[in-house]
Design a protein around this ligand. Structure first.
Ligand code: CO
Length: 152
């Protein structure tokens, strides 16, 4: 396992559309392990693969109610409900915090490291993290959506 340097705003990879994962092999396990290690080291709540320089549709997110980090490969929001404004930051945009409008409750589907289908009903902070990380896979940063900048 290895801790990676977080790619920061200005790097092109953060603006690319990440590629769909089709092979569920050791490389995906290794990528997930490295993402977990890096997130732990950075004391963050979520991470998308492009943030460590890998343009693949892989995210990890802190799930409050289970107190653990979960992974979703090829994540897809299949339904969303409500709207909520909340504070966000991003390891790729150091020193910035702002209010972003997100869906309140979502259902996200995708695959686990073995390629098995998974689905989560997410609300609150977990739903916000998932939406933020999926944006990363589409080249979108939270500062693009910011309602009000609170801190630079
Ligand atoms: Co981010």
């Amino acid at each position: 396992m290895a801790v990676y340097q977080i790619v920061t705003i200005g790097d092109e990879i953060l603006r690319e559309k990440a590629k769909v994962v089709t092979k569920f092999d050791d490389r995906i396990i290794k990528l997930l392990n490295n993402m977990m290690e890096t997130l732990k080291m950075e004391d963050g709540v979520g991470l998308a693969a492009p943030q460590i320089g890998v343009s693949k549709r892989v995210i990890i997110a802190f799930k409050e109610d289970e107190d653990k980090i979960i992974e979703v490969i090829n994540p897809e929001i299949i339904s969303s409900l409500g709207e909520e404004c909340g504070e966000e930051g991003c390891l790729s945009v150091p020193g910035k915090v702002g209010l972003v409008k997100r869906a309140k409750d979502i259902v996200v589907s995708g695959q686990n490291a073995k390629g098995e289908s998974i689905e989560y009903n997410a609300s609150g902070m977990f739903a916000r993290i998932i939406q933020h990380e999926i944006d990363h896979l589409n080249g979108i940063l939270f500062v693009d959506k910011i309602e009000k900048v609170e801190k630079f």
